[in-house]
Design a protein around this ligand. Sequence first.
Ligand code: ADP
Ligand code: MG
Length: 291
Amino acid sequence: ATPVSILVGTGRGAELGLLFRRGDALQRLSEVAVVGFDKTGTLTEGHPALTDLEPLADLPETEILALAAGAEARSEHPLARAILAEAETRGIAHAPVKRVKALSGKGLRAQAEGAKLWIGNAGAMDEAGADIAPYAERAKALAAKGRTPVWMSLDDRPVALMALSDPIKPEAREAVDALHKAGKQVAMVTGDTRATAEAVGHDLGIDRIEAEVLPDGKRDAVESLRQIGPVAFVGDGINDAPALAAADVGLAIGTGTDVAIEAAEVVLMRGDPNGVAMALELSRAVMRNIR
Ligand code: ADP
Ligand code: MG
């Protein structure tokens, strides 16, 4: 591409809310065959709310939420904020918990009075030694609605099954459709439970779903998408930075974290996943003019 056409292209991009941090991204975008999206905060709003709370033992709801809030107060995860918000709405004070430790890609563990407290996905329950098999159907039914099941145990005793729902962004379906029309494959890469990811992914018409990806695994997911062809990756979180850097073109959601924006070559300033199709269209127009 000539410097002038790149300049015109990046200028036009700015009008569309697309910030090109590197000029050569325009050229590489025109070659992209598959677009991978992070789920939470990219295709969904990133602001989940607690929708379900099922006690599994003799512990009442208020005590479940008091303990959960006590531990989640130390977490920055969107799911943590949803649990804290629910406790606050119900006027429930946090139970005293100590030594909160994050379990990467799984949840957290803490010391409550008289027992170890575990909160998170099935992997967290596995580490707790808690048998959740008797409740698997209930969790599956919640996940089939696109909700994320969150378990809580005291030592190895399961005490609660919660579910959190994160609404899909209104523009997300249009974004996937536009990419399909442009002949691109669309993938989703997420740390979320497989059944939840599949419910959301099928709803959006996404071709390929990589779920239960641990934080270190998002880069590997990008590498495996490369079998299809050059990869664009779209994300917003700190844990998306390695995938954004590994992709042929990384696109960060402008409302996302600074770490993601630093790792990306294009920033979607309007926080709208539709910006990806616009960026691809722009790159095609620029490259066409040059040839
Ligand atoms: P993602 O944000 O894409 O879901 P993470 O690696 O941050 O990926 O988390 C993976 C999964 O671990 C979450 O979907 C959730 O089930 C569980 N998890 C992580 N952090 C917490 C937390 N603070 N509270 C409850 N569950 C958590
Ligand atoms: Mg995210």
